[in-house]
Ligand binder design. Sequence first.
Ligand SMILES: Nc1ncnc2c1ncn2[C@@H]1O[C@H](COP(=O)(O)OP(=O)(O)OP(=O)(O)O)[C@@H](O)[C@H]1O
Length: 595
Amino acid sequence: MIPDSTDKPEPPARRHALSSLWRLRSYLRPYRYRMLAMLLLAGASTAASLLVPRMIQSVIDGPIAGGDLTGLWLFGLAVGVLGIAEGVTIWLRRYIQARVALSLEADMRTDLYAHMQRLHAGFHDRWQTGQLLARATSDLGSMRRFLAWGLIFGLMSIVTYVAVVVQLLFMHLWLGLVVAASAVPLFIVARNFARNFIKASRNVQDQQGEVAAIAEQAAQGIRVIKAFGRSPHMQAKFDAEAGTLRDLSIGKLNISARSWSLFTVIPNATLAVVLVGGAAAVASETLTLGALVAFVTLQLMLIWPIEALGWIIANGNEAMTAADRVKDVFDTEPAITDRPSAVPVDRAKSKGLVRFEKVTFTYEETGTPVLKDVDLEVRPGETLAIAGATGSGKTTLVSLIPRLYDVSSGRITIDGVDIRDITLASLRTVVSTAFEDPTLFSMSVRENLTLGRSDATDADIEEALSVAQADFVHELPFGLDTRVGEQGLSLSGGQRQRLALARAVLVRPAVLVLDDPLSALDVHTEELVERALASVLTGTTALLVVHRPSTVALADRVALLADGGIAAIGTHSELLESTPAYAAVLSAESEEVNA
Ligand SMILES: Nc1ncnc2c1ncn2[C@@H]1O[C@H](COP(=O)(O)OP(=O)(O)OP(=O)(O)O)[C@@H](O)[C@H]1O
C-alpha cells in the first residue's frame, strides 16, 4: 500500500547551491584536457578579434593619415588572416564543446539513474515520479549548459574584459578609467540579478516538477479518471498548477528583463561619454583619430562579454539551483545495502527455513509500528498463508523478506543467517516475489518473464507459464516476443497477474513470496493455477498473502495477523475452530472479493 504520492519531501531550504555545483566537478575530470583545449582556442579567437582594432588604428594613423597607401595590402592580408584564424578557432572550440557538453550530461544522467535504482523502496514511496523526472531532464540540462558552455564563456568574458580595459587604459588613461568604472554599476546589477534570479529559478524548477508529476499521474491513471468522470477536475488541477508555473516563469523573466536592460544601458551610456571625451581628446591632440576609432571599436567589443556576463550569471544560478536539487537525490544514501560482512548464498543449497525473530517495523513517514515483536517460523518446503484484515500489515510483512524494507528491530533469518548478512543480489535469487499489483515493463513477454533469471531456457519458461496457466502468451501476435507493458499490447489484470506469477516461479527460488497472486483470476482459472502451483509449492518454502478461503487451501498452515502481531497460527481447520476472528476475516474478505 502506497501513501498519497503528494506526500513528497519538502525541498531543502536554499543552502549551499554553489557547493552543490562544486561537488559535481568530478564529472569534468575526464574532460579536463578537452576543456583546456577549449579555453586555449577561446583565448586564441579572442586575441585574434582584439588585434583587429589595433590594425585599424595603424591603417588610419599610418597609410591614411600619411597618404601613402603602398603597404596597405599588408594590413588587408593581416586582417584577413586574423579573421580566418578567429573563424577556425571558434569552429574547433564549438566542435569540442558540443561533444564534451553532451557526454557530460549523459555521464551525470547515467549516474543519477543508477543511484535512483539503488535507492530503497521507502525513498520512491516519498518522492513523486515527476519530481525525479524533472531532476533527470531539465535540471541536468541546466547543469550541462553551465559546466560546458557558461563556465568557458564566463572565463572568456572576464579575460576579454580585463584585456580590453588594460588596452584602453594604455591608450587613454581617463577614458580607460571611465570604461573600467562602468564595471562597478554592472557588477551591482549583476549581483542583485543573481540574488533574485536564484530564488525565482528554484521556484520555477520545483513547479515544473509539480506540473510533470500531475501530467504523469494523469497519464498513468487515465482509466480511473475517465471512469469516474474526473477529467474536468484533473484539468482544473492541472490548469491551476500550469498557471502557477506560468506566473512564476513570467516573474523570472521580468527579473531578467529588468537586469538585461541595465546590462545594455550602462555600456551605451559609457560609449556616449567616450565619444564626447574622445572627440575632445582628438581635438586637443592627446589622442590620434586612429586611436579613437580603435578605442571605440574595442569598447564596443566589451558589450558582448558584459551581456554574456548577465546570461552566464543567470545560467550559473540555474545550474546551482539544479545541482542543489539533483544533490537532494544523490545525497540520499540507499538505506538498504550490503553489509560489509555480507556473503552470497547459493540458491541451490538454501533449504528455505525462514524465521522472524521479534520483528518490529515502522514506515519512516508514519511513526506508528505496523508490526510489533513478530515471531514466526516457516519450515523448509512449508507453505504458510498470511491472513488478516485489510491494512493489518500482510504486504508489509512479506516485503521484509526480500529486503524491500529493513526491519526496524529484531531480525529475519533464512537458514539461520540474518538476511542483512546475505548479499542483496543473492538474497533476491533465493527469495522471489509476485506482488498483487503486477508490473510489466515495456518489453517483450520473454524479457518480462526472465527478469529474475536471465539464463532460463525455453523449457523453463514453458514450465513456469503452465504453472501460472499463462499459455495465452502463445496466442499473442508475436508469442513470447510480443511487446507488452505501457508501450505494448495491453493485457488484462488477470493476464498480467499470471505473467507476474510465472516470473516469480521461473526463478525457482528457495523462498517464494506471493502477495495475493490470484486475486484477479476467475474461479475456474484460479482452480487451475492452484492445482499447478501446488506441485511447485511442494519443494519450496512459500509465504502466501491470502484474501479468500480458496487460496488458503494451498497452505499447510495459516498465520492470522492482527494488531501488528501473529494472533493465531495453525492449520486452516484448526483456526476455523479455535479463532472466531479468523473465520470473520476470511468471510469478510471473500464477501469483499465477491462484491
Ligand atoms: N509505503 C508505505 N508507507 C507508509 N505506510 C504504509 C506504506 N505501505 C503501507 N503502509 C501502511 O501500513 C499498514 C499496513 O499496510 P499493508 O499494505 O501491509 O496491509 P495489508 O494487510 O497488506 O493490506 P491489504 O490487505 O489491504 O493489502 C497500513 O496502515 C498502511 O497504510
